[in-house]
Design a protein around this ligand. Structure first.
Ligand SMILES: [Zn+2]
Length: 152
């Protein structure tokens, strides 16, 4: 299935794929190319990168989870009566709202969350499986890390 440009830019853009390749020690392409040269397509069994070959959805999911966790640690969270106000990774002058609704779980109003919630199940179902079927973003993880873990 062809990806929407929105999901492509939120999920398998050239920067993300170059990072996944670095983390999985596939670095030979860097001798001849830089990340702007990468040609990337979403296939049923993985993400195909012309310069490297197939990247598994498991490796992509691992990177996206780690990236979100890393960003989440730098965000500040303020709890209000009915929601959480979370600072943007780009700067504290912008904020997002995270809410927990019993029927639908955690929700955020940021672009990535809304894009993933709308599109992942149709356009990249295999990636969603590696997220255990749960859509998330770094704002939700920031709230979850602070308010949902009783131990650790
Ligand atoms: Zn968010």
């Amino acid at each position: 299935m062809r990806l929407s440009s929105e999901l492509q830019s939120q999920t398998i853009n050239k920067y993300v794929i170059s990072q996944v390749l670095d983390k999985t020690k596939k670095t030979k392409w860097r001798n001849k190319f830089n990340e702007h040269d990468l040609v990337i397509e979403s296939w049923a069994n993985g993400v195909w990168c012309k310069q490297v070959g197939l990247i598994s959805y498991a490796d992509l999911a691992t990177y996206l989870k780690q990236e979100s966790q890393m960003k989440a640690e730098k965000l500040s969270v303020v709890k209000t009566e009915d929601k959480f106000v979370v600072t943007s990774y780009q700067g504290a002058d912008k904020t997002y709202f995270v809410e927990f609704k019993n029927a639908s779980g955690w929700r955020c109003n940021c672009l990535r969350y809304r894009c993933w919630r709308r599109r992942l199940h149709e356009e990249m179902p295999k990636l969603l499986q590696h997220f255990n079927g749960k859509v998330f973003c770094h704002h939700i993880l920031a709230v979850y890390n602070r308010y949902s873990k009783s131990s650790k």
